[in-house]
Design a protein around this ligand. Structure first.
Ligand code: NI
Length: 248
């Protein structure tokens, strides 16, 4: 069930049965030569919407403007500061609490959102917040590993590109070679998108990919990844906050 396609009376009725919602959070940033700029938002939105259809959860419009300062050296990236992002999430949560919601499942699609989201979640006490990135679900991890192994990399991953190939479009581009493989030290020290300033980041990763061989993406992979992620999301949502059925 989508909030943006519902009426206020339908939300009133939903609140009688459940006080839990899903909030998809993505980014607006470059995703290499084969990945579209909305990749993170479109993936989070697709997983959340499908999970909402499967489990009956209410799904909010996706939050697309988030921090991605390291990608500002690439055209099209729109990064907002952590301060603005955190303030916006805080106000969205306050509005939800105002209407009687008590639980928020944040379905994340962008590594750099995690630290500010965790800080916002720990600073407020009106709501239960659960933060989950779609690629973390065990079944999704297994398939990502089977399909791409270490070529999944860190940014413009074949799995996220595959999902948007299935849901939106396949970019018409000549084949691209594998990127420079990342060292385990680099991966450990850059988790959560802890990248350097934009000019340095572009020099280090000139086509925008960070160790990810996006060229391995296929729309049929994306279809299965989306199915597994949305099923796991719906299952986790319902396990956390099973809907309370009220007698008529
Ligand atoms: Ni991404």
């Amino acid at each position: 069930m989508r909030l943006d396609l519902s009426t206020w009376k339908e939300i009133d009725e939903y609140l009688l049965k459940s006080q839990a919602v899903i909030l998809p959070v993505g980014s607006t940033e470059q995703h290499g030569p084969l990945g579209i700029i909305g990749t993170d938002t479109l993936c989070a939105e697709a997983v959340a919407r499908r999970a909402g259809e499967l489990g009956g959860a209410l799904v909010l419009p996706a939050l697309a403007y988030t921090p991605a300062p390291f990608n500002m050296g690439f055209a099209g990236t729109i990064s907002v500061s952590e301060t603005v992002f955190s303030a916006l999430v805080t106000e969205i949560l306050a509005a939800l609490a105002h209407h009687g919601f008590r639980q928020v499942y944040v379905l994340n699609g962008h590594g750099a959102n995690l630290e500010p989201l965790r800080r916002v979640a720990s600073a407020q006490n009106a709501l239960d917040i659960h933060i989950r990135s779609w690629w973390e679900f065990p079944a999704v991890r297994v398939l990502r590993d089977e399909l791409y192994g270490s070529w999944e990399g860190m940014h413009a991953t074949p799995s996220e590109v595959a999902i948007t190939q299935h849901t939106h479009r396949i970019v018409d581009h000549a084949p691209i070679p594998a990127p420079e493989p990342l060292t385990p030290e680099f991966i450990a020290s850059h988790a959560g998108d802890r990248h350097g300033p934009p000019d340095e980041h572009r020099r280090q990763f000139p086509d925008g990919r960070v160790g990810s061989h996006s060229g391995l993406a296929r729309p049929e992979h994306g279809e299965t990844l989306l199915k597994l992620a949305s099923e796991a999301c719906a299952a986790e949502f319902n396990t956390l906050w099973a809907r309370v059925e009220t007698s008529p």
